[in-house]
Design a binder for this molecule. Structure first.
Ligand code: ADP
Length: 357
């Protein structure tokens, strides 16, 4: 049952103009003020929000827990039939009230879904012909090894095989990114020991590193806590970072994976002494397809690995970033909380840019 609307207060034209919903909860966590947009987003008749509790306002236990925790940002479904997606932002005031804003991102989410589905369909369509070409290139390479095949032809066939491999990898990564962005299965239900995961990732890449004369060492502090996470996905982040560190190291270089406790979470660093990243490129390398320097890469790349890693870390409520100096090397790091905090949308990672210094 709705409480009686409060006495009419002088109308502020700003209230009608504001494109975001604004609510105030008093110290007892009852609505003490709400603009027309908040009423519209929550599908409540004008003035009817006043006096409601958080639960009566949002009808969502997650939002209640999130506001109990005192603020931050989360995504929620609101309105009749949960028809709208809003970003809920909350901050406490000095006198114990809580100010909450609601930003309608339904249209943005709908467009993102369309984009994801388009990429998903396209990559599926591309996969079949690419694997056929891959197989043919493989066969042709074997046949070209026979005597009497001109060197030039052999070279061309080898190039076709390499490029098809890149194409296949790119399509696989695009598909993976589309799945993560479209609400993929990142399931933080494993007890993950990052020290162990660091060793496993190093083992997986040792052969690749040795080919370029690069050594991989692990420096893991065993007091780093075991965390609740998706082990396979975090393994993917580590392999991406270490693969890059090796790729951008000089022959004879070394790469260190460091794992240490950080508050009640874990900090992981992947350190290399390779080519480094310029100040201009640093803020952009986590974007899809962004590559700083196409010419100097050992073994190519798609420019998607860091975008995927960023999504995975964000889906765990963590942060990823890089410190780097051109010509001296880079340290990629990520921080993971012990548990997924309330309000983190596992399937819809934040769009915030990662830290780069
Ligand atoms: P890829 O490695 O496939 O190109 P990523 O998304 O993993 O794609 O990386 C994007 C770009 O960031 C790389 O192309 C490179 O320019 C830069 N980069 C990533 N890691 C490093 C590193 N350890 N040292 C120098 N540059 C790096």
């Amino acid at each position: 049952m709705d409480p009686e609307p409060a006495r009419a207060t002088p109308r502020d034209p700003l209230d009608d103009l504001l494109p975001v919903g604004v609510l105030r909860f008093n110290a007892a966590r009852r609505v003490s003020g709400a603009n027309p947009r908040a009423h519209a987003l929550l599908d409540v008749a004008p003035g009817r929000l006043l006096g409601r509790s958080v639960m009566e306002t949002f009808l969502d236990l997650r939002v209640e827990r999130f506001l109990d925790d005192g603020g931050g940002t989360m995504e929620a479904r609101v309105g009749a039939g949960e028809s709208r997606t809003v970003i809920v932002r909350a901050a406490p005031t000095d006198d114990g009230e809580l100010v909450v804003t609601l930003e309608d991102v339904s249209e943005l989410r709908r467009l993102r879904q369309i984009r994801t589905e388009f990429i998903d369909n396209l990559s599926h369509e591309l996969r079949t012909p690419i694997s056929t070409v891959s197989l043919l290139a493989e066969t042709a390479t074997r046949e070209a090894a026979a005597e009497g095949v001109p060197e030039r032809l052999r070279d061309r066939i080898a190039k076709i095989e390499v490029e098809t491999g890149h194409l296949a990898q790119m399509v696989a990564e695009i598909l993976d990114l589309a799945r993560i962005e479209g609400g993929s299965p990142i399931v933080p239900e494993d007890d993950v020991d990052l020290c162990r995961l660091a060793e496993l990732s190093a083992d997986r890449l040792r052969l690749f590193a040795e080919r370029g004369g690069v050594r991989i060492a692990v420096d893991a502090d065993p007091t780093a806590p075991v965390i609740r996470a998706d082990e396979q996905r975090l393994g993917q982040v580590l392999v991406n970072l270490v693969h890059n560190a090796v790729k951008f190291s000089p022959d004879g270089g070394d790469v260190v994976i460091r794992v240490s406790p950080d508050g009640d979470g874990v900090r992981v660093e992947v350190v290399d002494h390779g080519i480094g990243i310029s100040r201009v490129d640093r803020p952009r390398i986590f974007e899809r397809f962004y590559k700083a320097d196409r010419a100097r890469v050992r073994g190519g790349g798609t420019g998607l690995g860091l975008a995927i890693s960023r999504h995975i870390v964000a889906a765990h409520g963590g942060t990823i970033g890089v410190e780097s100096e051109e010509g001296r090397g880079s340290t990629f790091w990520f921080l993971l909380p012990a548990r997924l905090p309330v309000g983190v949308e596992q399937d819809r990672p934040a769009e915030d840019a990662p830290a780069a210094t």
